[in-house]
Design a protein around this ligand. Structure first.
Ligand SMILES: Nc1ncnc2c1ncn2[C@@H]1O[C@H](COP(=O)(O)OP(=O)(O)OP(=O)(O)O)[C@@H](O)[C@H]1O
Ligand SMILES: [Mg+2]
Length: 339
């Protein structure tokens, strides 16, 4: 979109939300293929102001993607690790739009870029924190809560009833954002919360043969595995490889075909993390881990691992996994950056 066209869009959207919603201070924060994201401050009399994001379709052709996103965000609302829809499906003058919560610390592509320019890999214990957040988001998609816009989001839990088949289908590094850091929460001790955005491409998949109700889950697990692969190796690459995996600490090694990367064989990535990423990326969806196993493994790593679990890793990695070092890296590369 040309600059003057964009300025016009920004003006119109800004006028609409200033007049109808008490929004102020429009600023551009990001654009994709179909939509642009504009941040505002929302002032509600008697309440603290909050930052919100208006996602606007760029043209008539992309309206459909906003309408689709609106529908799916409404269904998954209430999930802690998925961006919250605040005001659904609006028409801001001629532009189709939705309003969602603002997630403050930007997307993982930028954060990964900062680690790399700083000459650092992301430590295992931070990666486990992201893996757990993304696993929770997958649970949130499997059992949509249909909560209200003002309901307090809840931590996603595996339910007894059969899961739905909603698949995000666009879990890229730009579509996972980092929010506030609740250090006192054991699940977020070494990673500020990661939340999934951009449901423009999401769909309830038809049941796939042999997978049935887990069709959507298996697809989402493959995609979060891809994100974890890229965060672990530091670049976006993969190919189909025969890979060694182990399903648990005392189980035998076996070989599966996986969309992984040679760089995952690296002295700074623990065996457990490497095996789990490879299993999520299994070419045969039936080889991917069960959601309950994925949750158990990530939870255990986040809650119970200490730097001592990483002393076998190559230099200079063991000290990078220390609590104080993780705190420092999170501050430096995630929280202090200008977004
Ligand atoms: N809630 C939010 N808080 C902070 N930044 C956001 C938020 N939503 C979007 N952004 C920023 O704007 C960018 C584009 O948003 P988004 O991914 O939703 O649109 P998109 O890529 O155009 O989607 P699509 O192409 O599927 O329509 C994101 O990558 C992110 O940098
Ligand atoms: Mg996007």
């Amino acid at each position: 979109m040309a600059n003057d066209e964009y300025e016009k869009l920004l003006r119109e959207v800004s006028t609409y939300f200033t007049e109808n919603y008490n929004f102020r201070n429009a600023r551009r924060i990001g654009s994709g293929a179909y939509a642009t994201a504009i941040a505002f401050d929302e002032y509600v009399p008697g309440k603290q102001s909050r930052k919100v994001v208006v996602k606007v379709a760029l043209d008539a052709d992309s309206e459909e993607s906003i309408i689709n996103e609106d529908k799916h965000l409404k269904s998954v609302r209430g999930a802690e690790h998925i961006v919250r829809l605040l005001y659904p499906n609006l028409l801001a003058l001629s532009h189709r739009a939705i309003v969602i919560e603002y997630v403050e610390h930007g997307h993982w592509e930028d954060i990964l870029g900062r680690f790399i320019s700083g000459g650092q890999r992301i430590p295992n214990r931070i990666l486990w924190g992201v893996f757990l957040c993304l696993t929770r988001a997958v649970i949130g998609m499997a059992w949509p809560q249909h909560a209200g816009a003002n309901d307090q989001p809840k931590r996603e839990q595996i339910q007894k009833d059969p899961p739905g088949r909603l698949a995000h289908q666009d879990l890229s590094l730009q579509n996972i954002l980092v929010g506030i850091w609740k250090k006192n929460d054991p699940e977020h001790r070494f990673s500020p919360i990661t939340k999934v955005i951009d449901f423009g491409n999401a769909a309830v998949l038809p049941p796939r043969e042999g997978l049935g109700v887990i069709t959507g889950i298996a697809d989402n697990i493959n995609e979060i595995g891809r994100v974890m692969l890229w965060l672990a190796i530091g670049h976006r690459g993969y190919e189909i490889l025969d890979c060694e995996v182990r399903d648990g600490p005392n189980l035998p090694m076996r070989i599966i075909q996986s969309r992984a990367h040679y760089d995952l064989i690296d002295g700074s990535i623990s065996d457990e993390l490497r095996f789990l990423i490879r299993r999520c990326r299994a070419v045969d969806p039936k080889e991917r881990p069960k959601l309950s196993d994925l949750l158990k493994i990530c939870q255990n790593a986040v809650r119970n691992h200490t730097a001592a679990d990483y002393t076998d890793l190559n230099e200079p990695w063991p000290q990078y996994e220390r609590d104080d070092e993780l705190d420092r890296l999170i501050q430096k590369f995630i929280l202090n950056a200008d977004t």
